[in-house]
Design a protein around this ligand. Structure first.
Ligand code: AHQ
Length: 235
């Protein structure tokens, strides 16, 4: 009987390189993003995208609270809790979710139409709920690894913001606050998350699971956009 070979732990550089390699699956190349960044979307199509992304944004604090509730490491919780404050704010009218609502109003949707989820398509609900449930049920370090799609986000964020300013000048500039803030918060969060994943993935198996978690999250984002793309094709 052959004894199973125990694969050696990846070095930090090998592990981070393998995580970054998953960037080829990131949804910056999705046809909806390519069309959006080329200025090809109508107001209706931008509205459907913004209303559906609201469901993703409002779910992020639930996902991050699930990580906090599963994480026994106080030093990690002290860093991670900032993500909830960034999205929820600390008082009414503040925070990323509020800024996303300002974006939806700037593209011509009423708050009521976004909050009552009348534009939410099933595929977005299921992809986002799968992400929250992943964070609730998988080891906390895998959910941290899943957030590393933000390693691949900066170029998309910049391209999208430039596109909104250049091609969609009918969107009030004040509505773009969320997108501007993410340019700074995203890279900060990704850098923290990489350090945490490297530090707490202490076996080869945990490293492989972290890479699998990142692939899962790329699929969550891709399928979210597929569902929105299908919905906007009818607009
Ligand atoms: O606005 C985004 C955001 O708040 C988050 C949190 C983070 C996570 O914890 O998974 N990921 C993420 C992302 C946001 N914006 C997406 C976009 O396309 O604007 C990108 C997305 C990500 O790359 O994971």
């Amino acid at each position: 009987m052959t004894t199973p070979t125990i694969e050696a732990l990846m070095t930090r550089d090998e592990f981070v390189a393998n995580l970054k390699k998953q960037g080829t699956r990131y949804y910056h190349t999705h046809p909806l993003h390519v069309g959006m960044n080329a200025g090809k979307l109508s107001q209706k199509q931008i509205q459907v995208w913004a209303a559906n992304r609201y469901y993703y944004q409002k779910s992020i604090p639930l996902k991050d609270a699930a990580i906090l509730s599963n994480c026994p490491e106080i030093s990690v919780r002290r860093v991670w809790i900032q993500r909830i404050l960034d999205h929820d704010g600390t008082t009414a009218g503040q925070g990323g979710i509020e800024n996303w609502l300002k974006l939806t109003e700037a593209v011509g949707l009423s708050r009521e139409a976004v909050l009552d989820e009348r534009h939410l398509v099933p595929g977005v609900r299921f992809a986002v709920d799968a992400y929250v449930n992943f964070a609730r049920t998988r080891p906390w370090i895998e959910a941290v690894a899943a957030s590393l799609t933000e390693l691949f986000a900066p170029d998309l964020m910049k391209e999208r913001l430039d596109a909104f300013e250049q091609h969609y000048d009918w969107i009030d500039n004040n509505g773009l606050t969320y997108l501007r803030n993410r340019l700074l918060q995203g890279p900060r969060d990704a850098s923290h998350a990489v350090d945490i994943v490297v530090q707490y993935c202490r076996t080869r198996e945990q490293q492989e699971r972290a890479i699998a978690a990142l692939i899962f999250k790329c699929d969550v984002l891709w399928s979210m956009l597929d569902s929105i793309h299908h919905a906007v094709e009818e607009k």
